[in-house]
Design a protein around this ligand. Sequence first.
Ligand SMILES: NC(=O)c1ccc[n+]([C@@H]2O[C@H](COP(=O)([O-])OP(=O)(O)OC[C@H]3O[C@@H](n4cnc5c(N)ncnc54)[C@H](O)[C@@H]3O)[C@@H](O)[C@H]2O)c1
Length: 327
Amino acid sequence: MANILVTGGAGYIGSHTCKQLAASGHTPIVYDNLSNGHRDAVRWGPFEAGDITDGARLRAVIQAHKPQAVIHFAGLIEVGISVADPAAFYHANVYGSLTLLQALVDEGVSSVVFSSTAAVYGQPETVPIPEGAPSAPINPYGETKRAVEEMLGSFAAAHGLRYTALRYFNAAGADPEGDLGERHDPESHLIPLVLFAALGQRPHINIYGTDYPTPDGTAVRDYAHVSDLALAHVAALDYLQSAPEPLIANLGTGTGYSVRQVVETCRRITGRDIPAQDAPRRDGDPPALVAAVERAHDRLGWRAQISDLDTIVATAWAWHLSQSKAG
Ligand SMILES: NC(=O)c1ccc[n+]([C@@H]2O[C@H](COP(=O)([O-])OP(=O)(O)OC[C@H]3O[C@@H](n4cnc5c(N)ncnc54)[C@H](O)[C@@H]3O)[C@@H](O)[C@H]2O)c1
């Protein structure tokens, strides 16, 4: 139906979204510098190598493919690295997004879906967290995402850019057909780390913080299946075609699981002994991050469908097993 430019489409959420775009009749054009992505994850449309800080390259790709809209995943994602090297994050995430938005305006592309994050909320006052909660990030990663949300607002006002900023909570799981999965390096996300311990690729999993004010004392997070997130992006493109006003929406399930619940679920699904060690809290980790999900439902008609923890872990486990056998 339409060409869609997908920055960061060789990465985890981007590649799953490309598969869903193709299933919905679109052609995803992946634009990625492969700093953290995988060329073999680009299977549903053309690949264009490039950096989002390179305006000339972006304009050339846009002129060649004439996309109807852009889904902008590209950027740096690892919170700990953002604390140690904020310049890299401001460069890739803020300057890169600025370069992209200016190229879109120059080339007459008027619709953008942006990957934002629950990290814009910092330490939330209320849980589940509504989109109207204060934006108060507590690390450079979250600051860069908030800055891009503000930039989108300014470009909408000045140039009529239409945008949706989707604030993901925790993306998790793998393509149910086994085509794709999570391959971050370094990996910092809980479920793959637990599964690495199940595979014997790590000695144990650390449980950071066991004295939080949560039912079992460990931190609670909202995990959405990556294929559900992919569907939300297709819904966001449809929304941008019909509704011009900007939309900022959380993407989550509205249900939180504790770290201990995740580890227990991984033990049950894998049938393996997974050693766990209690460890002190990490700085800046809030006790609970759970999304208020009504806005995505009301405005995008989207609700998570396969994001129950068993399905998330089972699909992730199938992926990691296939990778360990292949490797
Ligand atoms: N994974 C999560 O749970 C999560 C949660 C909230 C928000 N997000 C956001 O979603 C987006 C995708 O996350 P992901 O987990 O798929 O990450 P990822 O690292 O797998 O994918 C990011 C992709 O962007 C590419 N990239 C990075 N810098 C680039 C640059 N300067 N130019 C061109 N390409 C570049 C990488 O090569 C990679 O393919 C990110 O913007 C991230 O901040 C992710």
